[in-house]
Design a protein around this ligand. Sequence first.
Ligand code: PCA
Length: 329
Amino acid sequence: MTRIKTVLMASALTSALILGASAASAAEKWDMPMAYNDGNFHTKNGKLFAEAVKVCTGGELTITVHGGGSLFKGNEIKRAVQTGQAQIGERLLSAHANENAIFGFDSVPFLATSFSASEKLKKAASSTLGEIMAKQNLVKLYSVPWPPQGLYFKKAINSTADMKGIKFRAYNAATARLAELSGMLPVQIEAAELVQALATGVADSFISSGSTGYDKKVWEHLSHFYDAQAWLPRNTVFANKKAFDALPKSSQNCLRSSALLAGAAGTARSEQLTGWYVSQLAAHGMKVTPPGSKLKEELQKIGATMSAEWSKAAGAQGAAIVKDYKAMK
Ligand code: PCA
């Protein structure tokens, strides 16, 4: 081989390596912390979303899902995405209603108690919520409702009188308020720590879906589930706005279209699984019933109080959401 040929080949090889390297570094890698366990339907759906983004972008954007609070705990995820420590994440936004009451739109008792009502309420809140999030450096991508919320106890409960003094695990301000108004003692605990709290007596009751009851095998600690169907709180997936804006348009479009898909698929899955989760609680020995008439009446009253409190806190924006939602019925 002549010297000139060797040099040419070497330089061709070098530029191929450089090109290869720059093509590889153009591919974005994002981390997606999620709070709920890997087997949970939200987390599974998040992984399908990540897969869809990878396919759609031809590998230009790959998202690694970190389930079960393994990268950031539930209550750290929103902040982590806002500050860019993670580029994308999923959070129960209602747990941040202390920042802005609008984040709690999905946890107003008895405002929207079915999947179709929840979908309408989501649509009514969508643009306001998106604007509030954009001001916090977040891009809202999709949200998926949990199945309807019911009450878990260690004994039969016929009225709020029976709840007095019970330690109650809350997951947001609304659930803590519900506990207070029914005479219980709320303690804020992430789902990842729920089993430990029940096992150690830090909490003896909570409100949640059949999904979380099933995931946490609560029948090992509690015995009664009152299927109150009080509301359907949402997990919301959002990206860091700066990271999103820095992506090529094609990747942004992929994120948006995959988010549409994931929102619809996750919602359908949640609805599909609702009955099955509740049946699993019964199959594992729990007593599953709707709340009795006295309890139901008292819960409705508490709901009315909380609804008035939320309206006051959420002001004109909240009122507009409720008005738009009711007009959709
Ligand atoms: N599960 C979540 C929130 C609502 C639900 O059904 C939890 O208990 O943390």
